[in-house]
Design a protein around this ligand. Sequence first.
Ligand code: SAM
Length: 280
Amino acid sequence: MTKDMTTPIDQAALWNGRAGATWVAKQALLDDLFAPIADALADAAQAAGARHLLDIGCGTGATTLAAARRIGEGGTALGIDISAPMIARANERGAAEGLPVRFIEGDAQSQAFTSAAFDMAISRFGVMFFSDSVAAFANIRQAMTLGGLLHAIAWRSPRDNGFMTAAERAAQPLLPAMPARDPDAPGQFAFADKDRVLGLLWDAGWSDIDIETVDFACAFPASALADYVASMGPLGLFLAQVDDAERARIVDRVLPAFDRYIDGDAVRFTAACWSIRARA
Ligand SMILES: C[S@@+](CC[C@H](N)C(=O)[O-])C[C@H]1O[C@@H](n2cnc3c(N)ncnc32)[C@H](O)[C@@H]1O
């Protein structure tokens, strides 16, 4: 019941291709947008007294760096990500800050981590993409010290996250060829079902599993909305294949779906998430 279904999307190709390029290009915007979640994970690392931290699916490194700033003298942080361009950006940022961080390109599902190397693992939206989540969480567990803490943030359902699906819902009638999301496949909303996530962690051998709702208030400048809609998510992936005029036409038609999120010169929405904690 807890086994993942096979996905038609090659996650390594996606994150080394268009999705990775977009996350690198939009790194500053995405860092600001999701800063409340980076802060929450850094607070959690500090509160737990983490010394050796692993960041799963670290992307361009925002959460790894935020946590590393809090773990103090003698602490270390390692970010792992399957995306070469995102790891390259993370490495540039780590070098610029001079923090005790390292970033490696690798698949957290199969990476040969040193056993018992980490006392805490964190992730911001980086654990929903495994082809076999039980194998991935078991692999990560063996890299943890006994009692080591996992703290991951993942999206709740698309219905709870209207902002995240507004663009594709508005575009669907205009773009019938745009592929719909597969709710059972690895992807942004793969952890929407709390009981399923509980089962995955249990099957992977984790203990003291605790999954709670958590909402984050997110915002970014309204001036960036059209570019955000044109490049992020399933619509952004689809629009990468059309010419500039067609892209602008579709974005114009989709933008009114975001009116309810505009507050003066800002776009504001709630990120409806799970706070997932467990012990190795
Ligand atoms: C939504 S992005 C989040 C990135 C980053 N955690 C952040 O919040 O900015 C998901 C990340 O998970 C990474 N990812 C997907 N599958 C992975 C895997 N099997 N092992 C390591 N990273 C993976 C992607 O490359 C991508 O960087």
